[in-house]
Design a protein around this ligand. Structure first.
Ligand code: 5GP
Length: 218
């Protein structure tokens, strides 16, 4: 595990046995390893919230990307509100929820579906938007989403993303403004990230084994 100025690098040599953590019994047989324990995720989010508040120039319209971004959104907003109480900083928040789907099994479908009504999108005009996303892999989802949202003339759009995937010998295709961790090229679940809708209710960010992938494949 190393660090640069922008995020924490989680490398594939550090993976923890699930036996060292509390795993819901219904997932006991499925977890190959714990990649990022929940407590570590929360500690990193506290700092991201701090950075976001320091950079804010007024009210923020925070857009949660569903479903995978909901846990990150919830913890991030809670931390921003905590800073507000401690520092008396005044960043009013409004919320939007955008449903985006691009993955089937462990593969990007390449076909990004975005759901938000025209009426809701028009309200973005002149606002500072903070997109809260779980993970950037190929970057296709975020690049498409940003292109789409920019048509509605927000004053600014920034992206907070908990995880970015590092593919071997490849550059990051897209780098968000705020990043929690860089992770190796593995399919991960937990902390609201799913495998065909399973494992969202697991707190730690984990790698599942091949039997689990087979069992819940569609
Ligand atoms: P991209 O378009 O950047 O390839 O993929 C972004 C989206 O795909 C993320 O928002 C996330 O929902 C999903 N995704 C990418 N990699 C993973 C992964 O390892 N696990 C899970 N559960 N979802 C992933």
């Amino acid at each position: 595990m190393t660090s640069n100025n922008k995020w924490i690098d989680i490398t594939s040599d550090i993976q923890y046995s699930p036996d060292l953590f509390c795993i819901p019994p219904h997932y006991n047989k499925d977890i190959k390893s714990v990649l990022i324990p929940y407590g570590f995720v929360k500690d990193r989010i506290a700092r991201l919230a701090n950075d976001i508040v320091n950079d804010a120039n007024g009210p923020l319209n925070v857009c949660c990307i569903l479903k995978g971004g909901y846990q990150f959104f919830s913890d991030l907003v809670a931390e921003i509100k905590k800073i507000r109480t401690i520092n008396n900083s005044s960043v009013p928040l409004t919320y939007d929820f955008i449903r985006v789907k691009s993955y089937i099994n462990t593969q990007s479908s390449g076909n990004v579906k975005i759901s938000l009504s025209e009426e809701e999108l028009r309200k973005f005009e002149g606002k500072d938007i903070l997109i809260v996303e779980d993970l950037v892999d190929t970057g296709k989802t975020m690049i498409e989403l940003l292109k789409y949202l920019k048509q509605y003339n927000p004053r600014s759009i920034k992206v907070a993303c908990l995880l970015i995937k590092k593919r071997e010998n490849q550059d990051y295709p897209y780098i968000p403004d705020y990043v929690g961790f860089s992770i190796p090229d593995e399919f991960i679940v937990g902390y609201a990230l799913d495998y065909n809708e399973h494992y969202r209710d697991l707190d730690h960010i984990c790698i599942i084994n091949d039997e689990a992938k087979k069992r819940f494949s569609i």
